[in-house]
Design a protein around this ligand. Structure first.
Ligand SMILES: Cc1cc2nc3c(=O)[nH]c(=O)nc-3n(C[C@H](O)[C@H](O)[C@H](O)COP(=O)(O)O)c2cc1C
Length: 213
């Protein structure tokens, strides 16, 4: 099979301006609900793009943990590569690839750190193993062997065997304040439907424009 022979048609349906919700968060929530109902693998997984100090883009998947008019929220290690990028340049892009629904959503915006109270609320809701791993792993640092990580994990497991696990100061979340959101629905003959919402001013007002596929 040649790679050039791998293709498929997109036939699930179109997207029309009259069917779009005026607020992109409502539109996103509708599509996310449909992705969950369709039992897609990791429906909340999104690719997050940041750039380093040389303008080199990097991407990685993280899980969306909440969304409202204030923005999209994810959690990570605050010393990680992505966090270092965001320290210098808080412009960010998110991408949701919902292939089985022939859809993708693309977000641009700026990332702001969550408050310690918000971090704490989510941290304490996580399974203990995830809490310990967050402390054990200095995310994105070079390590010489997996055993070092596992040793650290076991040490912490013993240390906090009967008590609360303290939230590390180097762990937390970001809220992405949206500047634009594009909704893409595949169409027959590559005539896909694309609509981009762009924020007008600082309020919850959005301009909606169709983009050529
Ligand atoms: C399905 C999936 C979900 C993930 N969720 C998260 C997450 O919520 N937070 C996180 O920090 N890393 C998550 N990761 C790991 C990241 O992709 C990445 O390896 C890590 O955050 C380090 O990225 P960085 O070195 O660019 O900062 C996930 C990976 C996958 C494949």
């Amino acid at each position: 099979m040649k790679l050039t022979d791998i293709r498929r048609d997109y036939t699930l349906g179109g997207l029309r301006r009259k069917n779009l919700k005026e607020n992109p968060v409502d539109q996103f929530n509708l599509w996310l609900e449909q992705a969950i109902e369709a039992e897609l693998t990791d429906p909340t997984a999104m690719t997050v793009a940041t750039v380093d100090e040389n303008g080199q883009p990097y991407q990685r998947i993280v899980l969306l943990k909440s969304l409202d008019d204030q923005g999209f929220v994810f959690y990570t290690n605050l010393g990680s590569r992505k966090a270092l990028h965001l320290q210098d340049n808080n412009k960010i892009s998110l991408h949701f690839p919902w292939h089985p629904l022939e859809r993708q959503v693309h977000v641009t915006g700026v990332a702001e750190k969550l408050t310690a109270a918000e971090n704490f609320k989510y941290f304490t809701s996580r399974p203990k193993g995830s809490q310990l791993a967050a402390i054990a792993s200095k995310q994105s640092s070079r390590i010489s062997a997996r055993g070092i990580l596992e040793g650290k994990f076991l040490e912490l497991k013993k240390k906090f065997s009967d008590g609360e696990i303290p939230m590390p100061s180097f762990w937390g979340g970001y809220r992405i304040k949206v500047e634009s959101i594009e909704f893409w629905q595949g169409g027959a003959n590559r005539l896909h439907d694309r609509f981009i919402y762009t924020r007008v001013g600082d309020a919850q007002q959005w301009e909606i424009e169709r983009l050529a596929p």
